[in-house]
Design a protein around this ligand. Structure first.
Ligand SMILES: [Mg+2]
Length: 257
């Protein structure tokens, strides 16, 4: 979850495909939280509060942060309950990390990931993307190695055979199909948390969201370095920070990661 937040902040200044110079710090000038963090935190808050209506939780989060960077379809849905929304955009996968931290098994994680996706991303690709990121995150938490995580993600139908980050596209794609495999590849290629986030933000023009996803898996695999977590916390506002505190009080495994 801190991996999602750090990834979102690290990629935000480069969303749209702005080039990233080698050696650029993760939390560089312009680092800020966007819709990825807002919806992940909103989902975490709903879990902590026992609020079962996740659609309402997402709408309330939009009302609180209307300028956080939400996509056009999401904005229309958020203000008009009659709008039909069955997205395969990567919004379902960017916000899903809490599913992996509240679940005790992979099966439970996948059910929870589906539930988190359904209000906005009921398209099979939207659900699959959420399940891929949540499942990989749970497996990393649970002690799986990279080969096991790679095999499992591929078993969902994603092609992870393209191993050269230089070949990854910088074009604008914000679908689960295009970005979830790149986020998983960024994690698989990395030697540590920070590199997983850095490769994630370089793995497509939707830099904040891809880094949020690679960061979520990397957090469960390596943990988030404490100084980076503290720095990211300073970039949050009170609502997000207090929600994270409340979540970690109930699920302390997140604080320990
Ligand atoms: Mg964003």
């Amino acid at each position: 979850m801190w991996g999602t937040i750090v990834g979102d902040m690290a990629g935000a200044p480069f969303e749209g495909g702005r080039p990233i110079k080698p050696g650029t710090a993760l939390l560089t000038q312009g680092a800020r939280f966007t819709d990825d963090t807002v919806l992940m935190v909103a989902y975490a808050k709903a879990l902590a509060d026992g609020q079962r209506d996740l659609g309402l939780a997402y709408r309330q989060a939009f009302a609180r942060y209307p300028k956080a960077g939400f996509g056009g379809m999401f904005r229309r849905w958020a203000v008009d309950p009659s709008v039909e929304y069955s997205s395969y955009g990567n919004g379902s996968a960017m916000r899903v990390a809490p599913a992996a931290w509240v679940s005790k098994t992979l099966k439970e994680t996948l059910e929870e990931a589906r539930r988190s996706a359904m209000p906005t991303h009921s398209h099979p690709e939207g659900v699959r993307g959420a399940q891929a990121i949540a499942g990989a995150t749970f497996m990393a938490r649970d002690g799986a190695n990279k080969a096991q995580i790679k095999d499992w993600v591929q078993s969902l139908g994603y092609d992870l055979s393209q191993d050269d980050p230089r070949a990854w596209t910088r074009r604008w794609f914000a679908t689960c199909q295009a970005t979830v495999p790149n986020a998983v590849r960024a994690f698989l290629q990395a030697d540590g948390f920070e590199q997983a986030v850095d490769l994630g933000r370089r793995a497509g023009a939707d830099a904040d969201t891809i880094a949020a996803m690679s960061g979520a898996i990397a957090e469960a695999f390596w943990g988030v370095p404490q100084p980076l977590r503290a720095q990211a916390s300073e970039h949050l506002d009170d609502w997000c920070r207090e929600t994270m505190d409340g979540f970690e009080a109930r699920w302390p495994q997140v604080r320990a990661a």
